[in-house]
Design a protein around this ligand. Structure first.
Ligand SMILES: [Zn+2]
Length: 414
């Protein structure tokens, strides 16, 4: 029997791994432009069989070592760890923060710093799994459409794993991410238009040239990589779940990954309650949360400082919506002003410089704090998904670099 199978998020039909690589064949026929795609697949394991194998392992040094020692390796869609890139993906720092702006916090605040992945973003978790799967299936070329982070991630991971990466980006992607993609030796193809235009073109190219496609909410395995953060959080909290997790949301894939990891733990009976997951969007790009209760999907053109979560058509809308509705998830949107302020508060108080998309999640936490929505003693995690160095331009307008002075002590004001 196969290690895993796929289940369509919209029609519930199950598919074998050998039959389908991307979307549900039935649902994808009915997809139309300007609507989120139906037919995204969820990866399902034989939970009953692997239930017994879990142990609380604390002796490992890496994410993969942890997954192997704990038994969670059975929840990955790859055959062997040896096909993963030789880079430290995951095992990212987890910090407890006691004070903000000099006041002691009445609740527990934890920051999961996923900017400390090899290419400085959360996306390495997904790229590593996709890359290993490609290796196991003798696929040499992987293509992705990206607003920047997924592309720079795939480029770096492929460089480490001896594979070829082709990255399509909207032409407005930040310079640091474009630079990374080229430095890692990937083929960079800037596309006139939005992320959605780059996405559609990458799918056409996948069909035309036989490449393997890493696009999120298209390739089901990206969620399986992203879910590893849930396993790590569970371990870093001493095998407990937090009360709330604040996650930045654009196309709904990272949040679905976090949910999927905890859902796997629920299916194994390792936890008995889903943590409250808070989807935080930018007000300038809130196409996912704004449409959750709408009968028909209505697009609003995105315009936000948080480029990584600037998305007109959230590709994983249906799965994210299902998770949020099934598990009592919460959601809110914050303004660009709140995002930039949150970025400053975070940097000055913690020494962690996050990119605007990651600061969006922190802005969500600050919003909850200001509205007294965090119970005393509760545990709250903010997922920081990318480094601030990836998008310096975004914060430039909030700061002023001082003019140079003559090197004379009298010019220094103490
Ligand atoms: Zn379907």
């Amino acid at each position: 029997m196969d290690k895993f199978k796929y289940r369509c998020i919209n029609c519930d039909k199950e598919h074998l791994e050998t039959e389908v690589k991307y979307l549900c064949p039935d649902c994808k026929k009915r997809n139309t432009p300007n609507n989120p795609p139906k037919g995204v697949l969820k990866t399902i394991y034989q939970y009953d069989k692997i239930k017994e194998r879990f142990t609380q392992d604390k002796k490992h040094e890496t994410l993969w070592g942890y997954l192997k020692a704990s038994g969670f390796i059975e929840l990955l869609p790859i055959k062997s760890l040896k096909n993963l890139p030789n880079l430290q993906v995951g095992s990212t720092p987890f910090y407890k923060i006691d004070k903000l702006n000099n006041s002691k916090l009445p609740f527990n605040l934890f920051l999961k710093d996923d900017s400390q992945n090899p290419t400085y973003s959360f996306k390495d978790r997904a790229s590593a799994i996709v890359s290993a799967y490609a290796k196991e299936n003798n696929i040499e070329t992987i293509v992705a459409a990206s607003t920047g982070n997924a592309g720079s991630s795939l480029a770096g991971i492929c460089a480490a794993n001896g594979q070829k990466a082709i990255i399509l980006v909207p032409e407005a992607a930040p310079l640091a991410k474009l630079t990374q993609i080229i430095m890692y030796g990937a083929k960079l193809i800037p596309v006139k238009g939005t992320y959605d235009d780059a996405f559609d073109l990458s799918i056409k190219a996948t069909g035309a040239f036989g490449w393997y496609n890493r696009n999120t909410a298209y390739n089901p395995l990206t969620i399986e990589g992203k879910k590893t953060v849930a396993f790590e959080l569970f371990e870093q909290m001493n095998f407990k779940s937090p009360n709330r997790i604040f996650v930045p949301v654009g196309d709904g894939v990272i949040i679905s990954g976090v949910y999927k990891g905890f859902e796997d733990l629920l299916n194994l009976g390792i936890i008995n309650k889903m943590p409250v997951i808070v989807a935080v969007q930018s007000k300038g790009s809130d196409n996912l949360t704004r449409n959750i209760n709408n009968k028909t999907f209505k697009i609003k053109a995105s315009n936000t400082v948080a480029d990584s979560i600037s998305v007109d058509i959230p590709r994983n809308f249906y799965m994210a919506k299902q998770f949020i509705q099934n598990y009592g998830g919460e959601y809110l949107s914050v303004s660009d002003d709140e995002i930039l302020k949150a970025s400053t508060v975070l940097s000055k108080n913690t020494g962690l410089f996050a990119e605007p998309a990651a600061a969006t999640a922190f802005a969500g936490l600050l919003h909850y704090q200001a509205n007294n929505k965090l119970a005393n003693g509760s545990s709250n995690v903010v997922l920081l998904t990318g480094s601030g160095l990836k998008d310096l331009q975004a914060v430039q307008k909030t700061l002023k670099i001082p003019e140079a002075i003559e090197p004379d002590i009298r010019n220094i004001i103490n």
